[in-house]
Design a protein around this ligand. Structure first.
Ligand SMILES: Nc1nc2c(ncn2[C@@H]2O[C@H](COP(=O)(O)OP(=O)(O)OP(=O)(O)O)[C@@H](O)[C@H]2O)c(=O)[nH]1
Ligand SMILES: [Mg+2]
Length: 376
């Protein structure tokens, strides 16, 4: 069975329901067994503690399965445009050709490039596909559908495992810097991430160090109020001094995670580089090991332009992860694959809408499923 079939099976609704039923059955079995045991022996205090532990574990498994199903649905919904855009073109291509020809490959290449997958990535992909067609003597395009999806998946997972995990500090506040050009969604993403972290029980502080644009600091403050986390910011001051005061406050208040909003204008590369260096120096002075993450925010609707931004930012600072926003707003969801191949920095989160719940941890399997679920 191909990789995609496996992914598809993982996320089939019926499968999830079965999983939930399985877990619920397990709960029942555990309960029955415990009941029987209880009848046989006098319930000791220690045992009732153990029961509660088992019950808690099983319940949290139910929550995990239910939560995962909900996330898959968010991916499906957020990738609707891309599915209707380039994936439907792929489906049409397969029905258009009865045989795999050079024209078929030319059209396939064009569809993938139009989907923002990136020229180099697509060229390598087509070469591998041609080799497989030859080696496996495939002639029917419909046989190729699953192989196409598998090979796209391989682009992402090949060679190395890119970790999408955020590195958290255990003893001191974890500082995360957000950078990216105007309007890509930095402030909104911070609001959404703050909401997620708060739900996980973490104490969060938002620091408004985008002192460049009028109103920017206030926009972040509004997000802090919306999701109910603390805030520090000051307009018309030096960004690095705002970061200093903010991180100091985080230490005093025993904050777990500090999310720093910056003005990431690339128009002046040298200034931006100096500014980021200054901020990092300030953080290094207050937190052992400095900032845990520098996340670059990219707007998925800007396509190859976004890739160029990533390359430019990579030259001036150490980016630890990418957040790809507005994936719900593009019909060309292939950009995730291009980032992997052309920039080599892991996508850690994706934005699939404008509300506080529309940020998802990036998961290649859910992403591939959300894109191609109608194709098989
Ligand atoms: N559809 C959609 N819209 C988004 C998403 N993320 C952000 N936006 C919208 O993009 C616009 C710009 O977002 P901001 O968060 O202000 O962007 P920014 O990078 O902070 O912009 P500056 O502060 O001007 O540099 C807002 O209208 C957001 O609602 C997303 O994932 N999907
Ligand atoms: Mg902003």
């Amino acid at each position: 069975m191909g990789l995609f079939s496996k992914i598809k099976n993982m996320f089939k609704d019926t499968k999830k329901e079965e999983d939930i039923e399985d877990v619920q059955e397990n709960v029942a079995t555990v309960e029955e067994q415990e009941d029987a045991k209880n009848k046989r022996s006098i319930e000791t205090d220690a045992k009732s503690k153990n029961n509660r532990f088992v019950e808690k574990q099983v319940n949290s498994t139910v929550e995990e399965v239910v939560g995962d199903t909900k996330n898959v649905k968010i991916y499906e919904k957020g990738l609707t445009k891309s599915r209707q855009g380039f994936v439907s073109k792929l489906v049409n291509l397969t029905s258009k050709y009865s045989k795999i020809t050079n024209e078929y490959f030319d059209e396939l290449e064009e569809i993938l490039i139009m989907a923002d997958i990136g020229v180099n990535t697509v060229m390598g992909f087509i070469d591998r596909l041609k080799n497989r067609v030859r080696a496996e003597s495939i002639t029917d395009p419909s046989e190729l559908k699953e192989i196409i999806v598998d090979e796209l998946f391989i682009i992402y997972v090949n060679d190395e495992v890119l970790s999408n995990k955020i590195n958290y500090n255990s003893n001191e506040p974890t500082v995360i810097l957000f950078i990216g050009v105007n309007g890509v969604g930095k402030t909104t993403t911070i609001g959404k991430l703050a909401n997620k972290l708060k739900d996980e029980g973490k104490k969060v502080l938002l620091v408004g160090a985008d002192t460049f644009r009028a109103g920017a600091v206030n926009q972040l403050k509004e997000w802090s109020e919306k999701v109910g986390v603390s805030f520090y910011g000051k307009e018309e001051s030096d960004p690095a001094s705002v970061v200093y005061d903010g991180v100091l406050k985080a230490k005093e208040d025993n904050v777990d995670v500090v999310l720093v909003d910056t003005a990431g204008r690339l128009q002046n590369k040298v200034n931006l580089m100096k500014e980021l260096e200054k901020m990092n120096k300030v953080i290094d002075g207050l937190i052992a090991g400095g900032a845990s993450e520098t996340l670059l925010v990219i707007d998925a609707t800007t396509g190859q332009n976004g890739i160029s931004q990533a390359k430019a930012f990579k030259e001036i600072t150490n980016i630890t992860g990418i957040i790809l926003t507005k994936l719900d707003g593009t019909a060309k969801g292939g950009i995730v694959l291009a980032i992997k191949e052309e920039v080599g920095i892991p996508v850690k989160y994706i934005g699939l809408g404008e509300t506080k719940d529309d940020l998802q941890v990036f998961d290649i399997e859910k992403y591939i499923y959300g894109l191609f679920k109608d194709m098989m």
